[in-house]
Design a protein around this ligand. Structure first.
Ligand code: AMP
Length: 424
């Protein structure tokens, strides 16, 4: 199905085309007609599926068609500053030919310029919950004309402890509204929240694991904990890995690895919650511009980061939560690029590896072709068989075809000036 069939108005269609998108992604194909008809929706879909356009396009279109007032008409709640900025950029991109204003507000920076921009009457507000509540309490923001409410990455907002803030905010939005909830996972807490705020929602389900995992070559490298850094240097000798996102469990550790890499003349920069907003933006910008080879991130900071042409994700430490593994490696293998994900596993981490393999329902092939390999007993993952991955991929492909138009992403993520500006 093409975008033309989705009853999108011409100015938005033209903007979408100028982004280089050829076909709607599965979530866009499913969600746009539902949302244009102003129904509530609950979607399980994660970053990378094209979900931002899935809600941004109908919101832009519906606002354009309704009466023009100077109030905030759409509110998008999202967990992190990076996501807030990216979503705001998406509204700017898809709404490039409309006269609507979007604004992002988030904590960690002085509120002054945000307050100044609020006075310019944005139509669409993208916000992290804490800063939004702050500004509401200061009577700087008023939500009583909001007609469209989006909870983006709802599971993450709950994980990050925003549930109370989110509930308080929702109470301040008029009951007569359209509500859209997007979440990568749907645990009970999300379903409860959904039940309390959505009216007769249509459910849309996109299975990102299938979309992402099959385009990513995953491997496990067994290594002694004390040899991990040496192994990292060994891996980075491969010059094909030009753009590497490395995950570290803690902020302190992220700083340490970054320093060690720099000491070995490998350009690296850290991104985590202790960094100021401007430092995070700068780190991301340098990485996207290929001025820095390795971006060392913690899970929270990396959330939703959208980087094209990422050659490798390295899990320096295993995540505690199996879902996080998918979020992490889903940063690579996007936009029709072939992705690579390497996971360094020491003896102490084998049970975490087992949990992950159970979650993704596959054994990750073990790469023993490195100087620091150790034998690990017990875990099934020892089976170094590519066949396992191939079989899994085939099995998953069956489902995958059901909701994936063939050309989604193929050649469609052309670099355009507006795309490039996203990095700024
Ligand atoms: P999202 O899941 O909204 O974070 O989007 C992930 C990436 O996919 C972003 O870089 C979008 O610009 C891109 N994208 C969204 N929709 C499409 C599409 N229909 N075709 C190609 N790329 C897309």
């Amino acid at each position: 199905m093409s975008f033309n069939k989705l009853e999108i108005i011409e100015p938005i269609l033209a903007a979408v085309q100028s982004q280089g998108y050829e076909l709607p992604s599965p979530i866009q194909e499913q969600a746009i007609p539902i949302l244009l008809s102003k129904k509530d929706m609950m979607a399980s879909a994660q970053t990378g599926t094209g979900k931002t356009a899935a809600f941004a396009i109908p919101i832009l279109q519906n606002i354009t068609r309704s009466n023009n007032t100077l109030a905030i008409k759409a509110l998008i709640l999202t967990p992190t500053r990076e996501l807030a900025m990216q979503i705001k950029d998406s509204f700017d991109n898809y709404g490039a030919n409309l006269s609507l204003k979007a604004l992002a507000i988030y904590g960690g920076v002085n509120q002054k310029s945000q307050v100044k921009n609020i006075k310019k009457h944005p139509d669409i507000l993208v916000a992290t919950p804490g800063r939004l509540l702050d500004l509401i309490n200061q009577k700087i923001i008023d939500l009583n004309q909001v007609q469209y409410l989006v909870l983006d990455e709802a599971d993450r907002m709950l994980d990050m402890g925003f549930i109370r803030d989110v509930k308080k905010i929702i109470k301040l939005v008029p009951e007569k509204r359209q509500t859209m909830l997007f979440s990568a996972t749907l645990p009970k807490s999300i379903l409860n929240l959904a039940n309390s705020i959505l009216v007769n929602p249509t459910r849309v389900q996109i299975t990102p694991e299938e979309t992402t995992l099959e385009s990513i070559k995953q491997s496990v490298f067994y290594v002694k904990i004390s040899d991990k850094f040496k192994l990292l240097l060994h891996i980075l000798k491969n010059k094909e890995y030009q753009s590497v996102l490395l995950f570290s469990r803690t902020k302190r550790f992220a700083n340490k690895i970054t320093k060690q890499l720099n000491d070995h003349h490998i350009s690296a920069i850290a991104i985590h919650g202790n960094k100021s907003q401007s430092a995070r933006t700068e780190a991301l910008y340098k990485f996207k511009q290929n001025q820095v080879r390795v971006l060392v991130a913690t899970d929270v900071a990396s959330r939703g980061i959208d980087i094209d042409e990422l050659s490798l994700v390295i899990n320096y430490n295993l995540p505690d939560v199996p879902e996080t593994y998918i979020h992490r490696i889903g940063r690579t293998g996007r936009a029709n690029q072939k992705g690579n994900a390497i996971t360094l596993v020491c003896e102490e981490e084998t049970s975490l590896l087992k949990d992950i393999q159970k979650h993704i329902q596959m054994e990750i092939p073990v790469n023993k072709e490195h100087p620091y390999n150790i034998e690990i007993k017990d875990t099934k993952a020892k089976n170094n068989s590519n066949k396992t991955q191939m079989t899994q991929t085939k099995k998953k492909k069956k489902n995958h075809h059901k909701n994936t138009p063939r050309n989604y992403h193929s050649n469609s993520k052309k670099k355009t000036p507006s795309n490039k500006s996203k990095a700024k």
